[in-house]
Design a protein around this ligand. Structure first.
Ligand SMILES: [Zn+2]
Length: 230
């Protein structure tokens, strides 16, 4: 695990300088920690004699902020390929990168090769004015470890258009079956029990519909209940 903050002595003047890792790089460092990949931030004595990204006094960066990390993942050619794939995607934001060194080459933020480099591990340096970027770079390069990948956005609910409600039928027809005057049909069902208008009234009560009788004369004596429908 790389260091996220600390205090170093500046060789040029002996000053003690408290430093923190650039916030965006700290996020990336936590990704590397989760992935179990070794990384470094603050430079060794040799780095500290100079003023590069591994020091907290790089010109153009906030004083006290370390702006580079070394990622000790290998094989180097595989790491180089993985980061270049992302850097060369126009839709993948690496605009916060100053430059990288990887597998013996230096590349600009967009993956264009700039020069050869003595670094074979991945050296990732952020722009001094972009230290608070957010990125999932290492999860995207090395694969998201279990439990870290955000769940995909929920699919929009399938909108089921309900079938149109059947037009409320307010009447039922009671029709005498041809040749069988004692058998009556309603809605296709034979209702042998319908013998009188009282039975029709009962049918209305059950279905809550007005029962239309095709031939009321075919029924027996019509009995209209008092206060009922007439
Ligand atoms: Zn480095």
């Amino acid at each position: 695990m790389g260091a996220y903050s600390g205090v170093v002595t500046r060789p040029s003047n002996g000053a003690r300088v408290a430093w923190t890792l650039a916030p965006g790089l700290a996020t990336l460092g936590r990704q590397l920690d989760k992935l179990g990949i070794t990384w470094y931030s603050i430079g060794n004595a040799d780095h500290l004699k100079r003023s590069g990204g591994h020091t907290p006094w790089k010109p153009g960066a906030p004083f006290g902020t370390v702006t580079a990390i070394d990622v000790m993942a290998s094989p180097y050619a595989v790491v180089e390929k993985a980061i270049l794939r992302l850097m060369k995607q126009a839709s993948y934001d690496t605009s916060w990168i100053d430059f990288i060194n990887t597998n013996g080459s230096q590349y600009d933020y967009d993956g264009r090769r700039q020069a050869s480099s003595g670094d074979h591990h991945l050296h990732l340096e952020v722009l001094g004015n972009r230290t608070s970027f957010t990125s999932n770079l290492f999860y995207d390069m090395f694969g998201w470890p279990a439990g870290t990948k955000p769940s995909p956005p929920p699919k929009p609910p399938v909108v089921v258009t309900p079938p149109p409600a059947p037009t409320e039928e307010v009447t039922m027809k009671v029709i005498a079956e041809k040749g069988k005057p004692e058998r009556w049909k309603t809605d296709g069902f034979v209702r042998e029990h319908i013998k009188t208008m009282d039975d029709v009234a009962a049918l209305e009560a059950v279905f809550g519909k007005t029962v239309e009788v095709s031939d009321p004369e075919a029924f027996g004596p019509v009995v209209t209940p008092e206060g009922g429908k007439s």
